[in-house]
Design a protein around this ligand. Structure first.
Ligand SMILES: [Mg+2]
Length: 168
């Protein structure tokens, strides 16, 4: 069973229109691969703890599924207290929307990778088409749970509540 986890809008919430970030998130600077200058992000170790606790009893293979790609573990996961997770090798697409075909662009990479394995996928950017896809997989015998945090809040305990009863 796989756990796929996004970063932007999940572990790094988007600022409110007035620029405010949620309480508990601390600004910091990191230098992603390919950047000459550091970029400002904000992290809250609570999101890492929440996730670790929620999956502690589940036989999962966690993978980062984020445009942070190989930077996910060292720049985001480790500061959040998460172990080194591999990342899904998402393509570099020149797209201006997350849903060029009506569903989350990452799904074209995710689908062949996970095959028929059960899946828990945390991302703030699913569309109704993604939820339909997940429901169809589930009713076809491959349990698929999509967790969609509020991108302006980031990952919260309530988002992970479905995992308490998730047993396959
Ligand atoms: Mg996102």
């Amino acid at each position: 069973m796989y756990l796929l986890c996004d970063i932007d809008g999940v572990h790094i919430p988007f600022p409110a229109p007035n620029g405010e970030i949620p309480v508990g998130f601390q600004p910091q600077f990191v230098t992603p691969t390919g950047h000459d200058e550091p970029v400002k992000i904000w992290l809250n170790p609570a999101t890492g703890r929440l996730l670790l606790n929620a999956i502690a009893d589940l036989p999962l293979t966690p993978l980062w599924c984020s445009s942070w790609r190989a930077d996910s573990a060292p720049l985001i996961g480790h500061p959040l207290g998460l172990p080194t997770w591999e990342h899904l090798d998402l393509p570099l697409l020149s797209i201006t929307t997350s849903h060029p075909n009506g569903y989350l662009w990452k799904r074209d990479t995710v689908t062949p990778y996970i095959g028929d394995h059960p899946l828990i996928w945390i991302d703030d950017d699913f569309t109704p088409a993604d939820h339909t896809w997940a429901a169809h997989r589930t009713t076809s015998g491959t349990p698929t749970l999509l967790i969609q945090p509020d991108p302006h809040q980031g990952l919260r305990a309530s988002d992970l509540a479905p995992l308490e009863t998730w047993r396959i």
